[in-house]
Ligand binder design. Structure first.
Ligand SMILES: Nc1ncnc2c1ncn2[C@@H]1O[C@H](COP(=O)(O)OP(=O)(O)OP(=O)(O)O)[C@@H](O)[C@H]1O
Ligand SMILES: [Mg+2]
Length: 399
């Protein structure tokens, strides 16, 4: 009898244990299932977000990725026929030429939808294969930042190759720094100090994006004042990163290639060895800062002995308060804060130093300039004679 009771008691205990274990198992399954549902929901939401971003031709800033170039054609860059661009420019009429560069003539044009554009008719494009050209253009069109000139589309029609960009009403920065000598504006620039500071910051942000917010980093390779374009309110965008080749992320973005670039802007190590890093762009950026400070072209052998090369002439003056004043652009007529000038001169000196490793990163440059531009934000005005250029057509602006 006792044995029977004992057996029943044990059976009850066993039953309770089984029930408890089964409940625990069911509870764990429920928790696991809910977690699975939660994660699935999150992933689906994330994918949906990405999809809608891509559909909007989302800018890549901060995402650090270089997406599949094949999707670019549907994401933003437009393919034009030669006929469309021919009619946009009035048959590539001379009156629509806004400038000429190493690649050929640049025309002002108006698209079917009324949008103003700049069209670069590439002289030597025949050398490049159609597929290679399209591939390159699509890759470039994926670089999107408010501080980079947007590539809107292209035309590749046998040997005729054209690039279509957003139109920048005030043309290249160099046109405003070097007024035609002897002309009516020879000594009165339209770019006041505040505007110069803001242009310096915006151009720095363009380079910072290429160097630090795209992976692998993009080296501009031809950064100069004519590749900083100004819109109708003198905001700046960096253009012509077409020469840039994608830097390898192995070996710290180091690329060996034939020497390109423009005289007076090329970093010494790049000129000597062809070795290219993002620090070569930092050097060129330093030269542009010197142009903004002094209003001088990077190389002009007609200047007095010792003054022909801007970097060599300016460098010894940059770290001394009294001496900096001597190299300032006379067109500024002393209208600047000495404290800010000293800071900008110090940044320029660091950027153009011969030892590439000691040059700052563009992110450092941006950080140093931000407070200077902020100071002026409340009082900031566009250049003193800006109306003069704003009403001037780009065709008149360009040389
Ligand atoms: N998107 C644009 N909007 C308005 N004007 C432009 C535009 N792109 C170029 N220009 C004008 O055309 C000129 C020539 O530009 P281009 O880029 O062809 O030559 P560059 O910058 O002098 O030399 P490089 O060919 O080495 O870049 C510029 O200085 C500018 O005045
Ligand atoms: Mg250019």
């Amino acid at each position: 009898m006792e044995a029977e009771d004992e057996y029943r008691r044990k059976a009850r205990v066993a039953l309770v244990v089984i029930v408890v274990l089964a409940s625990l198992a069911v509870a764990s399954l429920l928790v696991a299932f809910s977690y699975y549902c939660y994660i699935r929901n999150k992933v689906a939401k994330h994918l949906n977000n990405n999809k809608s971003n891509n559909n909007n031709g989302a800018d890549l800033e901060g995402k650090g990725g270089f997406p599949n170039p094949k999707t670019a054609a549907t994401d933003g860059v437009q393919v034009f026929t030669f006929k469309q661009l021919h009619s946009a420019t009035g048959g590539f009429s001379k009156s629509n030429v806004v400038g000429k560069g190493g690649f050929g003539l640049v025309y002002r044009g108006v698209l079917h939808n009324g949008r103003k554009v700049a069209i670069k008719f590439m002289d030597q494009a025949g050398k490049q294969g159609e597929e290679e050209f399209e591939m390159e253009v699509e890759l470039l069109s994926r670089l999107r930042s408010p501080y980079l000139l947007s590539l809107l589309g292209y035309c590749s029609d046998n040997s005729r190759k054209l690039l279509v960009y957003e139109f920048m009403a005030n043309g290249g920065l160099q046109e405003h720094l070097y007024p035609v000598s002897g002309g009516p504006n020879a000594l009165s620039t339209n770019l006041d100090w505040e505007t110069r500071l803001r242009i310096a910051l915006e151009a720095a942000k363009g380079l910072e994006y290429l160097h630090e917010q795209v992976s692998p980093p993009v080296i501009h390779r031809d950064f100069k004042s004519s590749n900083i374009l100004l819109d109708k309110t003198f905001h700046a965008k960096v253009s012509d990163f077409g020469l840039a080749k994608l830097g390898s992320d192995k070996a710290g973005g180091y690329v060996s290639t034939r020497v390109l670039g423009t005289q007076g802007y090329v970093a010494p190590e790049y000129a000597l060895t062809g070795h290219l890093t993002t620090k070569s762009d930092v050097y060129s950026y330093g030269v542009v800062l010197l142009e903004l400070l002094t209003g001088r072209v990077p190389v002009d052998m007609k200047r007095p002995p010792g003054e022909g090369v801007l970097v060599s002439w300016a460098l010894p003056h940059l770290t001394d308060r009294e001496q900096v004043v001597q190299i300032m652009d006379p067109a500024l007529e002393g209208q600047y804060s000495m404290k800010e000038v000293i800071q900008v001169a110090a940044i320029a000196a660091m950027c153009v130093q011969p030892e590439a490793d000691y040059r700052p990163l563009m992110a450092d440059v941006v950080q140093s300039l931000v407070p200077l531009v902020k100071i002026h934000r409340s009082t900031s005005k566009v250049g003193r004679c800006s109306s003069l250029h704003a009403t001037k057509s780009p065709a008149q602006n360009s040389g």
